[in-house]
Design a protein around this ligand. Structure first.
Ligand code: MG
Length: 256
C-alpha cells in the first residue's frame, strides 16, 4: 500500500483528463468522525470541491446510509447516490431499490424489536431503521455497561443468523442486512456501466464495506483512508483532511 501523495505523477499520467469517475464513501472519508452518526456532516469546503469536480467527471457517493439521508447531507444534484451499501440507487433522479423477500422483511422486523429492547436498557445506544437494513449504534455506550451489552449482542447475533439475515460489525455499529448479493463492489460496477465505463476509476473509502469495491477494481486507483496491511486498496491517505487535500489536487489537474 503506497502513500498516495508519493505517487501523484503516476496517478496523473493514468488519469485520462475527463474520462474517469470518482466514487466516494461518506462517513470517515468525506465526513469526519461524529460520535453520533446523525450528526455527521459534509464540511462546506469539501462540498464546494465536489461540486466543482462534478463539472468535469462523473461522481458517485456510495454509502451505508439511506439515499434520503445521504442526499440531505451532500445536497448536490448532479452526482449519483448509492445507499444501504448497494441495495438502493439514485441514477438520474430515479431511485431503484432491491426488493426484500418476505422472510427478510419479517426477520428485520423481529430484530428491530430486539434492538429496541436493547436501546431501552442501555443509554448511549440507538437504533437506525434504514428500511432495507437495520443498524444498532453504540459508540456512546457507557463503559460500565459494556460487558452486559456485549453478552446481549452475542445472543442477538445468533438470532440474526436464524432469521436468515447477515450481520456486519464495524466502528461500533452492528448492521443487519438481508442475504443479498449487493455490496459496494457490485454497486460500483453497476454505476460504472451507467457512467459508460470510464477508462479509470478513483475509489476512496475507509471501512470494511469499501473493501468489496477495492476488490472489484484491481486496475484502478483505490485509496483507503487509513493505512492497513489487510486491504485490497493500492493507496492510502491518513485521514479525511488528506482526502480533501487529494480532491484539491485532483481539481487542479483537471483545471490544467
Ligand atoms: Mg466510511
Amino acid at each position: 500500500m503506497k502513500y498516495v501523495f508519493k505517487d501523484l505523477s503516476d496517478i496523473k499520467r493514468r488519469l485520462n483528463k475527463s474520462n474517469f469517475a470518482l466514487l466516494l464513501d461518506f462517513d470517515l472519508t468525506l465526513s469526519p468522525l461524529a460520535k453520533n452518526p446523525t450528526k455527521a456532516i459534509l464540511p462546506e469546503d469539501t462540498r464546494i470541491l465536489i461540486k466543482k469536480l462534478s463539472k468535469y467527471i462523473h461522481i458517485a457517493v456510495i454509502t451505508g446510509r439511506t439515499i434520503n439521508d445521504i442526499k440531505k447531507r451532500i445536497k448536490l444534484n448532479n452526482i449519483t447516490y448509492v445507499g444501504n451499501h448497494g441495495l438502493e440507487y439514485e441514477v438520474g433522479g430515479v431511485v431503484r431499490s432491491t426488493r426484500l423477500s418476505t422472510g427478510s422483511q419479517k426477520g428485520l422486523k423481529n430484530i428491530k424489536k430486539k434492538f429496541l429492547d436493547i436501546k431501552r436498557k442501555y443509554s448511549g445506544v440507538f437504533v437506525e431503521d434504514k428500511k432495507l437494513t437495520l443498524a444498532l449504534h453504540y459508540r456512546l455506550l457507557l463503559p460500565q455497561d459494556k460487558s452486559a451489552f456485549v453478552a446481549n449482542i452475542k445472543k442477538i447475533q445468533t438470532e440474526i443468523k436464524n432469521c436468515g439475515l447477515r450481520k456486519i460489525l464495524y466502528k461500533k455499529t452492528l448492521e443487519v442486512r438481508p442475504k443479498a448479493k449487493e455490496n459496494k463492489g457490485t454497486a460500483s460496477l453497476f454505476i460504472l456501466k451507467e457512467f459508460n465505463n470510464p477508462k479509470q476509476v478513483i475509489y476512496i473509502g475507509d471501512g470494511k464495506t469499501d473493501e468489496d469495491a477495492f476488490h472489484v477494481l484491481p486496475q484502478d486507483i483505490t485509496i483507503r483512508v487509513g493505512k492497513s496491511k489487510h486491504s485490497f486498496a493500492k493507496y492510502y491517505v491518513r485521514n479525511t483532511k488528506e482526502v480533501k487535500k487529494f480532491l484539491v489536487w485532483l481539481l487542479s489537474t483537471l483545471n490544467h
